[in-house]
Design a protein around this ligand. Structure first.
Ligand code: SF4
Length: 301
């Protein structure tokens, strides 16, 4: 029987939902003010378009904004606190709409700094907005920071060094756990975040794939190209050498991988934490119209 498995949970997480709702409220409460969002609020093209249609302006830096009465909004990915203070000096209305799970990491970083720690390991990706921003924040305190997301790149430093460990919220849960274990064995003075910096939404979206991995042969992941949690879902599956399809929408999949979409009779569909439900539903519905029967798959008990 041809089956399309709709994986749950998928789509928006609590943090993404919260950031979007807070920005919608700011828009509704301030019809006469210009609103500037520094970088994408969340990494999804449909959401960015929706916000642009509501007249939100996206810019790369606070220095791209010349209207002092404008509202400045910082994204869900978290922002270097030095930049936030600069914005607060320059503008009257500044709102940090970061996810509370990212705030937790800044709090941990501040606690390490307060303890006098001067060496940090950041397990994450510097080119991603979340990683870049916290790394730059730490660098503004003149500390040594090593950034890596692979056990092969764990730095070799003095074994007695006191090290503050942090990680990006959206990495592969299992891989990060293994990296932490290696660091723990090697550096007895390393201090780890409790319980983990990887958020529940990331963990659950990965785990539902792992729990059901033998039930389907193709995985379709719908998500923004910049979305790290979407990419991590894709990579879990790709490592198992099965067929994986990644796109921002059904149109994207049809354009690039239409033939591959129908190669297998069992297909699972999911989306990252910043993917709107409609984008995932569109793929599921398309498969239903092509004689696939829909089933929901959830986390294993
Ligand atoms: S994926 Fe996690 S850290 Fe990122 S916005 Fe969602 S809940 Fe927050």
């Amino acid at each position: 029987m041809k089956t399309v498995y709709y994986l749950q949970p998928s789509s928006f997480c609590f943090g993404v939902q919260k950031s979007i709702q807070e920005l919608e409220k700011l828009i509704a409460d301030n019809p006469k003010k210009k609103i500037y969002c520094i970088h994408e609020l969340v990494h999804n093209p449909r959401i960015s378009k929706y916000l642009k249609d509501l007249w939100v302006r996206f810019v790369q830096s606070i220095y791209d904004v010349y209207d002092q009465d404008a509202i400045i909004v910082f994204s869900a990915h978290g922002t270097n606190r030095v930049i936030i203070s600069q914005a607060e000096k320059k503008f009257e209305h500044v709102f940090n709409l970061e996810c509370p799970f990212v705030t937790k990491i800044y709090r941990e970083a501040d606690a390490y700094l307060k303890d006098g720690i001067t060496t940090f390991f950041y397990v994450g990706k510097y080119h991603h907005q979340e990683g870049k921003n916290i790394v730059e924040y730490l660098l503004s305190h003149n500390v040594n920071i090593y950034v890596f997301d692979n056990s092969k790149n764990i730095p070799q430093i003095d074994k007695k060094e006191k090290i503050g460990i942090l990680s990006q919220t959206t990495l592969n849960y299992q891989k990060t756990k293994e990296i932490f274990e290696i660091i723990r064995k090697k550096y007895s003075n390393a201090i780890f975040p409790a319980p983990s910096d990887i958020c529940k939404a990331t963990y659950e979206r990965q785990q539902v794939i792992i729990d059901n991995i033998n039930k389907f042969k193709t995985l379709v992941v719908i998500g923004g190209k910049e979305s790290n949690n979407g990419r991590e879902l894709y990579e879990i599956w790709i490592k198992s050498n099965k067929q994986t399809i990644f796109g921002e929408s059904l149109a994207d999949v049809m354009q690039l991988q239409k033939k591959e979409l129908f190669e297998n009779e069992t297909i699972a569909v999911t989306g990252g934490a910043s993917t709107p439900k409609e984008d995932i539903q569109e793929v599921v519905d398309f498969l239903i119209t092509n004689w696939y029967k829909k089933e929901i798959l959830t986390l294993g008990k």
